[in-house]
Design a protein around this ligand. Structure first.
Ligand code: AMP
Length: 359
């Protein structure tokens, strides 16, 4: 939906394939309701489009291969494959000499014991596939946690990862064009609540960390000859960045680029895949994004304040579901504190976390 909203101003039109009939993307183009892997639906989609893209890394590789026979698909299938499997992803990061937590493949209880022997506690046991927003992972702090974790996840191919004692988490969003040009957004500082992104602040990190992050993401983009937007999620450990995961797509922490940057991540993705020149990633102001999970608080008069932008995705409310977000733009962080304080009566964990973080 957000890519189409950005691309429409460039004169493009959009068709979507989504299994949900009430997909919010349907408001921004033609919606084909079918499974992502439905061969007839994929043929129909290919017949109506010049270029295809995806913004969900659990789309089947076979579906992308089918589309690729008919039209260009960006990002390419190699990046998709690597990002679908945490083991392949970690091996790639290792190959590219990108710092990451110690990890081990786990396919049996014996593997798990050996992995714990190697990595120690605390550690995080994760499913290799279909995990996002903290789904499919268990934190192991003490030996007693092992049985509980194995009981929960033992049926899946797994990896065990050392727990990273980070100061904070950030993301580096970059776009690579068909001619190899790359643009980098300023890194954002991200706060997760229960494994799900709740708040992002941008631009946040100092020049030195920004340069470290740009160097790391460039290695990934060039390795894949990647076209489009890609995100590298990072842990900041006392000024040293450690990679958490790669998202081969626009990212939730980049939603604030819609109002906060000269050219948003969504527009840059469309520009990249359609062979256009990339737009400036310069921040216009400082921005905070608050994710609305489960319910959208009543904004009331807050919307009368300048620099506050509500995005309601029009989704049905369900506990924990991402229903929308709000971006707040301000001249500087002092001005942002004042604006956030106006929200202080809103009983919402993202709001409280943002206020506490800037206090
Ligand atoms: P993921 O789905 O792997 O991105 O994990 C979701 C969140 O869980 C991350 O953003 C971190 O807050 C936390 N997390 C995941 N892996 C680790 C780790 N190895 N060490 C510390 N925290 C982690």
């Amino acid at each position: 939906m957000m890519m189409a909203d950005a691309g429409q101003s460039l004169g493009d039109s959009f068709s979507f394939l989504d299994p949900n009939a009430d997909s919010c993307a349907g408001k921004s183009g033609d919606l084909l309701v079918a499974d992502y892997s439905d061969p007839a639906a994929l043929s129909q989609l290919a017949a109506t489009a010049d270029i295809a893209s995806y913004e969900f890394e659990n789309v089947a590789v076979e579906a992308v291969l089918q589309l690729q026979e008919k039209l260009p698909v960006y990002p390419g299938v190699d990046a998709l494959k690597a990002c679908q499997d945490r083991l392949a992803e970690k091996q790639l990061l290792q190959q590219l000499d990108i710092p990451l937590a110690d990890f081990a493949e786990v396919n049996s209880r014996i593997d798990l014991l050996a992995a714990i022997g190697k990595i120690g506690y605390p550690a995080v046991l994760k499913t290799r596939r279909m995990g996002y927003d903290g789904k499919g992972q268990v934190l192991l702090k003490v030996p007693e946690d092992m049985e509980r974790a194995w009981h929960k996840l033992g049926d899946y191919p797994l990896i065990l990862e050392a727990f990273v004692d980070f100061n904070n988490e950030g993301s580096m969003i970059a776009a690579r064009a068909q001619n190899g040009d790359i643009v980098y957004y300023p890194m954002s500082w991200n706060i997760h609540l229960q494994g799900v992104l709740a708040v992002s602040f941008s631009p946040w990190y100092a020049t030195e960390l920004q340069q470290q992050a740009e160097d790391l993401v460039r290695r990934i983009l060039e390795h894949f000859n990647y076209v489009g937007v890609l995100t590298l999620e990072l842990f900041n450990c006392d000024g040293h960045l450690v990679a958490n995961e790669i998202a081969p797509r626009v990212h939730n922490s980049g939603h604030l680029t819609i109002e906060g940057s000269a050219c948003s991540q969504f527009e840059n993705h469309i520009r990249a895949i359609s062979g256009r020149a990339l737009g400036s990633t310069q921040s216009k102001q400082v921005s905070v994004m608050l994710n609305w999970l489960g319910e959208i608080p009543d904004h009331g008069q807050l919307l009368e304040l300048p620099g506050i932008y509500l995005h309601d995705y029009g989704k049905q409310a369900r506990p924990g579901r991402k229903l929308g977000h709000t971006t707040i733009c301000a001249e500087n962080w002092d001005d942002m504190r004042r604006k956030l304080n106006v929200f202080s009566k809103v009983k919402n964990p993202a709001v409280q976390a943002a206020i506490a973080a800037l206090a």
